[in-house]
Design a protein. Structure first.
Length: 320
C-alpha cells in the first residue's frame, strides 16, 4: 500500500519537495549575500532596533523586497495549496474517476487503504511544514534580528514554530473531507481554499483570547519598548484615569501638515503627556510565543482529527 500511495501521489510529493528545495536554496543564497553585505556596511550592533541601524534596515528591505513579498503571501497560500492538491484529490479523484470501485474491491480492506494513505500523506505534510518552519527560523535573524517580531507579526508567527505543520495538516484534512463529501476534485479545491482563508482570519480574531493580555500605561511615548510584543489594543487615559477615545482639540491642538505630519504628531503627544495624559496599551508579551503556538496548533490538530474521522466514517459507510 505504501508503494501504491507513492505511485498515485508522487507528483504532489515531488513538486512539494522541489518547491521546498528551491525555497531553501533561495533563502540560503540571500542569507549568505546579506551576511556579506551587512559585514561591509553595518554599524556596530546592527542589524537591530537602534536608530543607527535604520539605514541598514532600509537597504536590506530594498535589496530583498521581492523575497519579503513572497513571504507575505506564503502563510495563507501554502496551506491552501496543500489542501487543494494533496487533500482534495485523495478521495475526490477516486470518486470522480470511478476508480474507487476497483481499489476498494481488492484484497486490501478499505479501512487499511484509508489508514495507510492518510498516515503516509499526513506524515509527509507535517514533515514539510516543520522543514519550512526550520528554514524560515534560520533565515529571518539574518535580516530582522531586533527589528521585527516572530510573535507580534501574525504572518511570521504562522511561518515559524509548529504552526506551519499544524496549518498544513489542517488544510490536508479539510481537503480530504471536502473531496469525500463533494466527490468532485475541482469543487473540493475551491472549498478548501475558501475554508483555509476563513479559518485563518477567524483564528487571527480569536488569538488575542488565548491568554489574558497585560496592560501598561505609558507616560512619555505611544510605542512599547519591546518590539516582540503582540498588541491587542490601545487608548488614551485622561489625568483622572478614565479611558477616552481621543483627547479633544481643546486640550492640545493638533495640526497635520504635509511633509511634517510625524513631527506634528510627536509634538501633540508630548503636549498630552505634559498635561498628565497617559497611553494605555494592552498586549501579550513575547514570553507567550509558545503558549500561542501550541494553543493554535491544538485547535488545528483537533479540527484535523475531527475532519479526518468524518471522512473515514463517510467512506466506510458508502462501502458497507
Amino acid at each position: 500500500m505504501i508503494w501504491v500511495t507513492w505511485r498515485q501521489h508522487r507528483a504532489q510529493i515531488l513538486l512539494t519537495a522541489a518547491f521546498l528545495a528551491a525555497l531553501g536554496l533561495l533563502l540560503l543564497g540571500s542569507a549568505i549575500e546579506a551576511t556579506l553585505y551587512v559585514s561591509g556596511h553595518a554599524a556596530p550592533g546592527c542589524p537591530g532596533s537602534a536608530p543607527a541601524c535604520a539605514p541598514l534596515e532600509v537597504a536590506l528591505g530594498e535589496r530583498y523586497d521581492a523575497i519579503y513579498s513572497i513571504f507575505g503571501w506564503m502563510p495563507l497560500v501554502l496551506p491552501a495549496l496543500i489542501g487543494a492538491f494533496w487533500g482534495a484529490p485523495l478521495l475526490g479523484r477516486e470518486y470522480e474517476r470511478g476508480t474507487h470501485r476497483l481499489a476498494w474491491t481488492q484484497a486490501v480492506p478499505v479501512w487499511r487503504w484509508l489508514a495507510v494513505k492518510l498516515a503516509v500523506l499526513g506524515g509527509a505534510v507535517v514533515a514539510g511544514g516543520l522543514l519550512l518552519s526550520l528554514m524560515v527560523s534560520l533565515w529571518r535573524p539574518v535580516f530582522r534580528a531586533g527589528i521585527e517580531s516572530s510573535f507580534g507579526n501574525v504572518g511570521v508567527f504562522n511561518m515559524v514554530g509548529v504552526a506551519p505543520a499544524a496549518w498544513w495538516l489542517y488544510a490536508f484534512a479539510l481537503g480530504t473531507l471536502a473531496g469525500t463529501v463533494l466527490r468532485r476534485t475541482m469543487p473540493a479545491m475551491a472549498l478548501v481554499v475558501a475554508g483555509v482563508a476563513v479559518t485563518m482570519f477567524t483564528l487571527f480574531a480569536l488569538s488575542e483570547h488565548y491568554a489574558t493580555p497585560e496592560r501598561v500605561v505609558l507616560s512619555d511615548t505611544t510605542v512599547l519598548a519591546d518590539p516582540d510584543a503582540r498588541l491587542v489594543g490601545a487608548t488614551w487615559v485622561d489625568p483622572s484615569g478614565r479611558e477616552i477615545d481621543s483627547p479633544g482639540a481643546e486640550v492640545c491642538p493638533r495640526r497635520v501638515d504635509a511633509g511634517r505630519s510625524n513631527r506634528n504628531t510627536e509634538a501633540w503627544e508630548k503636549c498630552l503627556f505634559g498635561k498628565g495624559y497617559g497611553y494605555a496599551v494592552s498586549y501579550h508579551p513575547p514570553t507567550m510565543f509558545w503558549r500561542f503556538q501550541w494553543t493554535e496548533a491544538g485547535i488545528l490538530l483537533l479540527a484535523s482529527g475531527v475532519m479526518g474521522g468524518l471522512a473515514v466514517r463517510r467512506t466506510l459507510r458508502r462501502t458497507a
